[in-house]
Design a protein around this ligand. Structure first.
Ligand SMILES: [Zn+2]
Length: 450
């Protein structure tokens, strides 16, 4: 099967290509021009570029029958596809919804809306090892068990290890290096939602980077907008530069919003959070149908946190100009941190990539090529994926075709699942999976093993 995408502006930051030319696909891979095509796609006026790679998101759950909950419009992987993402890296912040290596097997068995790579989440294995108190230190036996399970998950194809130090206050740097010991010598990624944010981001980032560097693998500081976007961003980026002088494979990711989202019961909302963010309860939205469109109060916060700690929240506390500053830094990738609870949650799940391509490119914060670079080859390199995030011959034919004038996010805090505008087509492994906002195939995605 040979496909020719013609008349589009091909942008491939990996090779520096930015020109109107044809792109050929044969048997699922980018190919040299052929004599004839079985299928022709006209992309006049559109950009043709590698499918986006979301290096930081959170997967759909698995149902009681052991199937992915990924096949309807409210699934987070469907949202990924609507945004032009073709490979999603799940299992971030130390959290897995299911055993991460088994999850990859499910993706291979049933397919998924996008390709799925998995990080082995330390928090998941910490819990499995019997640590039920997140504020308590793990025992030596529990640390050994975590290390063994994480090592096995890496051997079964997990692409790296993630930590949520914020969510497991009882862990220390030794637990981090011991738990992730299996990555040594593999070149696989270690990502972390670090222990603290705002004024405490500097010591928190140093803790992770100092411990992580001992593992001699790529390191990723997660969603820095919600870690340093309260007035600390310039100084935080200077700290990243300081580390990158000796360790150039330290990178960060960021989503383009001035509000974050997490569970109400998480340690983020432990005593002291109002002082940390210099705010009151009204910055908070509870993602429950009965409180839709309302801001929180102290009474509501205390009651729902006690009775329904799994409730998702959106917290409107970051500064937009700090998020903008993050995107100007060479080591910052675009990532969504998408997480949805039965279709409810933050619009970043369905808006991130188009939002960067509209807001940041049209306002001149980023060039189009640079924005695409931060969505494709940069995460691919950090993940060691030589066949993704590029359009060179032989690369996987994961492609997005979009209108650079029309592309924009339309998901909002009240309607977080509204798909973006301007994404014409998405192909995964050469297969058409989305056309003009309509998903054509929800099972073309495969497990991506590292
Ligand atoms: Zn996180």
């Amino acid at each position: 099967m040979t496909t020719r995408i013609q008349n589009g502006t091909v942008i491939d930051p990996a090779s520096g290509t930015h020109e109107v030319r044809d792109l050929w696909i044969q048997d699922g891979r980018i190919a040299a021009p052929a004599e004839r095509a079985d299928k022709t796609i006209d992309a006049a006026g559109q950009v043709v570029c590698p499918g986006f790679i979301d290096i930081h998101m959170h997967e759909d759950p698995v149902d009681a029958e052991g199937r992915l909950e990924s096949y309807d419009e409210s699934s987070v992987f469907a949202c990924m596809l609507h945004m032009g993402v073709t490979t999603a890296v799940a299992g971030n912040c130390g959290e897995n919804k299911y055993h991460p290596a088994d999850y990859l097997d499910l993706v291979d068995r049933d397919g998924a809306p996008v390709n799925v790579a998995m990080l082995a989440g330390h928090g998941f294995f910490r819990h499995e090892a019997g640590c039920r108190d997140r504020y308590a230190a793990a025992t030596a036996a529990q640390r050994d068990r975590m290390a063994g399970e994480i090592r096995e998950s890496l051997q079964r194809g997990c692409i790296g290890v993630s930590f949520g130090l914020r969510y497991e206050p009882g862990m220390d740097a030794r637990e981090l290096t011991e738990a992730a010991a299996g990555v040594r010598g593999t070149g696989k990624l270690v990502a972390a939602h670090v222990r603290d944010d705002a004024a405490q981001i500097f010591s928190a980032a140093r803790e992770f980077l100092d411990a992580g560097l001992q593992l001699e693998v790529p390191l990723q500081v997660s969603h820095i907008g919600s870690m340093a976007g309260f007035g600390q961003m310039a100084e935080f980026l200077a700290l990243i530069d300081e580390y990158r002088k000796n360790s150039p494979n330290i990178f960060c990711d960021c989503y383009p919003y001035d509000a974050f989202s997490t569970g109400l019961g998480s340690a983020t909302y432990d005593e002291g959070w109002l002082e940390r963010y210099h705010c009151d309860y009204s910055v908070l939205e509870l993602c429950l149908p009965e409180y839709e469109g309302q801001r929180c109060t102290e009474e509501l916060f205390r009651r729902i946190r006690r009775e329904q700690p799994d409730t998702m929240t959106v917290c409107h506390v970051m500064r937009q100009e700090e998020v903008d500053l993050a995107y100007r830094h060479e080591a910052v990738m675009v990532a969504s941190d998408a997480t949805l609870d039965h279709g409810r949650g933050h619009p970043r799940a369905c808006g991130t990539f188009p939002r960067v391509l509209s807001r940041y490119v049209r306002s001149g914060v980023l060039t189009l090529d640079d924005a695409i670079r931060r969505m494709t080859v940069l995460p691919a390199a950090q993940l060691g994926l030589g066949n993704k995030g590029r359009l060179s011959e032989g690369a996987d034919a994961d492609v997005v075709i979009f209108d650079p004038e029309q592309i924009c996010d339309r998901a909002t805090f009240t309607d977080p699942l509204t798909p973006p505008a301007g994404i014409g087509r998405v192909l995964i492994g050469g297969k058409p999976v989305l056309r003009d906002g309509e998903i054509l195939d929800r099972r073309a995605g495969k497990a991506v093993r590292g």
